[in-house]
Each structure stands twice: as C-alpha cells, then as structure tokens.
Write a protein that binds this ligand. Structure first.
Ligand code: FES
Ligand code: FE2
Length: 452
C-alpha cells in the first residue's frame, strides 16, 4: 500500500517550486505550526543521536538526553544492554531521573515511590497490597525507544516502530560518515562532558551550516583567520580543488577541504597519525582522510560532526580533534547546542588534554568560532519572524553554486559515492538538507537536479 502523504502546512505550500529555484520560505525558521510538525514528523521518526558509548562505559551508567523535546534516560542496564527510556513514571508521569548523569541500579519515582530496574521494569509499588493488589507489574515498565543502535560507539535511537534500520538510513553516506569514527583502531573517545548552551536561533540554522556553508567562514570567522589560529586553506574563502561538496548522499551532505598530494591528516600530529589505519575503511576512504584538512557534515536531522585541526595560539602547532554536535530544538526560535570533543582512543593523555583545550577554545560557548556563529544566527531567526516576512512571503536565497550560477562541474572520476562538486563555492549541501526536511515533513519524494 502506498504511504500516505502528510498535509502540507499553509506556510510552506509551493515550497517544492521554491526549492527547485534554490529559494527557501523564511517561515520555516519561525513558524510555530511548522515546529510542532517537525517534532512529530521528523524527531519522532528519524534516527536521533543520544550519546556516545564512552559516556556510559559501566553497567548502570546513565545520562539524560532528549529526542525532539521529549526527555529520555540513556542507560546501560545490568545486562550491559543500552536502553533509551522515557523519563516519565508510568504511574502519573513524574520524571523518574532528575540529574544529568550518574550510575544507578534503578530509579525510584520521587512522587509516590514506584521503583524501576535500570532496564525499565517496574519492580515495586508502595502500599501495593492495600491499593494496587491486582496490578500486573510486567505491564507497567517504563516506555522505551523501540530502536536503539550502537554504531561505531555512537548511540542513536528511533521512536518509530516502522523505522528503517540505521544502516539503511545512513545509505551511501556511510562511506563518508565512517571516516570520522573508524580512523583509529580503538575508535574515538569522548573527552569530558558535553557542553551545552542556548542560542536564540532555530535548530535548523546549525544543522544546515554543518552541511557545507563554506562561504561564511571567510566573513563570519575573519577575526579568527586574522589571528592565525587556523590555516586559510582550512577556513578561508572557497576554492576550487581544495574545497569539495558532496551534496545529496542518501539525503545527507558533507563538506571537505583537502590538499591534493599532501597529507595534513586533519592536523593530527605524527604521535597520533601513527595509530591511524584503514581498518574497516578502504584505501580510498583512508587516503581521503589523509589529504583532508577538515571534514564536516550533518546526518539529518540534527547530528553534525566537524573533524578539524586548529590551535588556541598562533605560537602553538595545530591540533586535530573531532567535535560532535546536536542541535537540540527548544521551540521555533531557540535551540540548545550540545557539543562533545573527541580524540582517537590511542592518543596519549597529554594529546587528549591538548585536543580538549583546543576544542574548547574554538567550538564551545566561549570558543572563538562559536562566538562568531552565534552572533549571526539569531539574526536569521529574527528576520524570519518579522511581520514583513510574513506579509511579503519572503524567501531566502540558497542559490549559490546552483546550475548556471557555478562555473564548476561535478567531478567525473570521484572515488566515493554521491555527486561531488569540485568547489565549495556553493550552498548545495544546505539545499539537500532542506529537500530532505521537506520530504520528511510531507512524506513525499522530491526530485531536484542540483547540477548539470
Ligand atoms: S508519578 Fe511516579 S509514583 Fe506516582
Ligand atoms: Fe561558522
């Protein structure tokens, strides 16, 4: 039976025609009705990142996380199983866990004392003989995400019982995604706790940015470039040959800055690169990592990565690290950014400390790059919410690099999947993000040819 298309909200009627022209209705960054639908049609149906296995290495370890705006507890139970439990008591809904992280054999609800195992089973109800004698405990376990996967240490959950597998959801994007997490034999390790902060901007602002907004860095981050803590080739103006954009790769996108013929290896020093091997990667994937200065992308909807090297001082060498992002929705006009810093597990403690320090000095609430971005993004959400935008049905321009706008052609002999643009002077990755968004919001398929 054909799947039913969802009703199209009035504020995005005609959006397919806009997308074909590289235009985007401003309303999607502001409209409350759209936002409520996103929670239901995107966050309740897509694979959403909830944490990294190294955050909960031991039985009973847990962290509290969100899927959309719904609260969950990610926990490793007594059997070592990963569970994503709805943080809501089955009695009358109080939150059973009230801290951000810890270790527990179970949870006792602070309201009337229902007690649960860390696997979610209900094991005790106060005054049961007097008031709940016929209650079947087995029927009242905590609700849990029906699908949880540990993919290379990354834990994703999906609330949709009918969801496709995570591997199918990744599709061809796996080729690029795996590079970030499988370079070192032991995988990547989360350094410290995630940092999070509120920004007065829509969650899609961050998600689309990491799809490949390569033309903003030379402007937004100019002071950082001037300070000399990152190479111009890594964050300066878009450049043919150095910058690559892979747009529509199973609905996700990635941006790469590379130095053909050289081996910057994300600015990891030799003491780290000696631990990097192809392993589960093929030689083409490994060689791409080797010649990359940086790689950043977004796995739809709100999980992004940035594999980059920079420094906290022009006098100190660059240090590579991986930063993971979750663009947590908090209403149409606000998001909470979650940020993890990672390094290869085999790196020395000294290097990990350095990587963490460099990560914090650049991409954290007080980080040099972060300060730049979050100064600009709220302006977009504000513009999108103006009465003027509503009355005039304002469209934003995402046409950069599209069709005749670009003098570059996709690479004909590329080693990986997807259509690869030989320049990063374009917004194709952002267009992919919004195409996927539209498809998810309307449960339809949209054919858009983004290149000649
Ligand atoms: S709401 Fe949890 S025990 Fe009553
Ligand atoms: Fe930026």
């Amino acid at each position: 039976m054909a799947e039913e298309a969802f009703a199209v909200p009035a504020s995005i009627e005609g959006m397919v025609d806009d997308l074909r022209q590289g235009l985007l209705p401003a309303a999607i960054f502001h409209d409350r009705e759209i936002y409520e639908l996103e929670l239901r049609r995107i966050f309740a149906k897509c694979w959403v990142y909830v944490g990294h296995e190294t955050e909960i290495p031991n039985r009973g370890d847990f962290v509290t996380r969100n899927i959309g705006e719904d609260p969950f507890v990610l926990i490793r139970d007594e059997e070592g199983e990963l569970r994503v439990l709805l943080n809501a008591c089955r009695h009358r809904g109080a939150q059973i866990c009230r801290v951000q992280a810890g270790n527990a054999k179970g949870f006792v609800c602070p309201f009337h004392g229902w007690a649960y195992r860390n696997s979610g089973e209900l094991i005790g109800v106060p005054a049961r003989n007097q008031g709940y004698a016929a209650l079947n405990l087995e029927d009242w376990s905590l609700f849990a995400a029906p699908h949880v996967v540990n993919y290379m240490g990354l834990i994703f959950a999906n609330l949709d019982r009918e969801a496709v597998s995570f591997e199918e959801y990744l599709g061809d994007y796996k080729w690029y995604f795996d590079i970030q997490f499988a370079l070192s034999e032991g995988g990547m390790e989360v350094l410290g706790e995630p940092h999070r902060w509120l920004v007065a901007a829509n969650w899609k602002q961050g998600a689309e940015n990491f799809c490949g907004d390569s033309s903003h860095t030379q402007m937004t981050h100019r002071s950082v470039l001037d300070a000399g803590i990152i190479e111009t080739a890594a964050a300066g103006a878009p450049k043919e040959g150095t910058g690559l954009h892979i747009h529509d790769c199973s609905g996700h996108a990635i941006s790469i800055r590379q130095l053909p013929g050289e081996a910057p290896f994300i600015s990891y020093p030799e003491e780290v690169t000696r631990h990097l091997h192809p392993g589960v990667l093929n030689q083409d994937q490994f060689d791409l990592a080797k010649r990359s200065l940086l790689q950043n992308g977004t796995l739809f909807p709100n999980f992004s990565f940035l594999h980059i090297g920079l420094s906290d001082s022009p006098q100190k060498p660059q240090a590579g690290f991986l930063t993971l992002r979750v663009w947590q929705p908090k209403g149409p006009g606000q998001m909470e950014i979650w940020n993890w810093v990672l390094a290869p597990k085999e790196a020395s403690l000294e290097y990990k400390q350095r990587a963490y320090q460099v990560g914090m000095s650049s991409f954290s609430p007080s980080g040099s790059f972060e300060q730049d971005d979050v100064a600009v993004w709220p302006g977009v959400t504000r513009s999108a919410g103006t009465v003027f935008a509503e009355l005039n049905k304002v469209r934003f321009n995402y046409q950069m690099g599209m069709g005749d706008m670009s003098s570059s052609k996709p690479l004909a002999d590329w080693v990986g999947p997807g259509v690869v643009n030989s320049t990063n002077a374009g917004e194709g990755g952002l267009r992919t993000f919004h195409k996927t968004w539209y498809e998810r919001m309307t449960n339809t398929k949209v054919e858009i040819c983004d290149h000649d």
